[in-house]
Design a protein around this ligand. Sequence first.
Ligand code: PLP
Length: 393
Amino acid sequence: MINQHMHDLGAAPNKIRELFMYGLGRKAEIGADKVFDYSIGNPSVPAPPQVKAAFLDILGEDPVKVHEYTPSPGDPAVRAAIAAHISKANGVDARPQNIYITSGASSAIAISLGAVTNPGDEVITVSPYFPEYKTWAETAQCTLVEVPATEPDFQMDVDAIEAAINERTSAIILNTPNNPTGAVYPRAALERLAAVLRKKGAELGRTIFLISDEPYRELVYGADVPYIPAIYADTIVCYTWSKSLSLPGERIGYIHVNEGIEGDDAVCTAVSGAGRALGYICAPVLLQRVVARCLDVPADVSEYAKKREVLTGMLRGIGYEFVEPDGAFYLWMRSLEPDAEAFSERAKQFELLLVPSNSFGCTGWVRLSYCISEKTIRESEDALRALYESYQA
Ligand code: PLP
């Protein structure tokens, strides 16, 4: 008999993928240049040349060793290189044994949740949020508690987070720079949050882990992205090269269990156990070695910065309300009617694919992924204006 829960999960609609698939169909019907597909977050900047060079170089090495299993947490030399990189970048002393290499941020978060929660626990996140958090929390038999961000700036509401913490709270997942809002949390807000987590943890006699989901760490437009483990010791960083090196399909990232966590060795062991329980043997070996050679390659944000400028200028000119994105490559725009799904449906009539905020756990907004060509962004202006005007009766 199949597992009904897994069946339901497999059958559950994923609005982002649905829109993306709809877009592929529409592009085949009317031509790719007629569809303005703001649905999905596939980086539009090519992977840097150093990535290809590293691939080719490694493929020239011993053909048996190149493809063999590594220890579950990763190749020791790669873990050491990542730890050294973190240490140098943040003036800390990260240890190789606290690094666990993963298949991107997704497995990093699912594994971290498995490691630091127990069935029946609660995990807090700020809504709107990356939809898979709920799936991963529920897989760990926890409840995801959504604490709405403040509107209209979509910063975290530390008082509301404090109010949501109780004796079942084991972790909070934070994502800054944020998908879907593009918001970046300033240091002062993170410090306030850290103080609350420390205070509530002490009151409740338990550690509240902060799982910091950081796919967009480098993708910022001038904003400061503080190193969270230096602000809150009980932090587990989940990093991925999916966006910074434009390698989303290659599946490579890591978990860094902060050395400041009391009993960090036990947490690292639980991370290994959770990875094992979820069926991970080791992260893709070729990619482990590729990223180890590209740790100092900077993410190219200039392309996204340009697209951001074009899109925000256009939207402002038309009259849309949106959150000025400080990071990532998403723009969060207010829907022109309270029902964001209806707004997204109406946008389709203008060949505009906008993801309704319901997918991210809130109402009244849509997400535009502007990791598409600048030409498409510019050519979408008439459609965006027509959509806007269709509401000005
Ligand atoms: N977390 C956030 C906020 C994301 O936006 C994404 C991907 O878009 C992920 C996690 C998953 O990243 P990965 O592709 O590395 O698994």
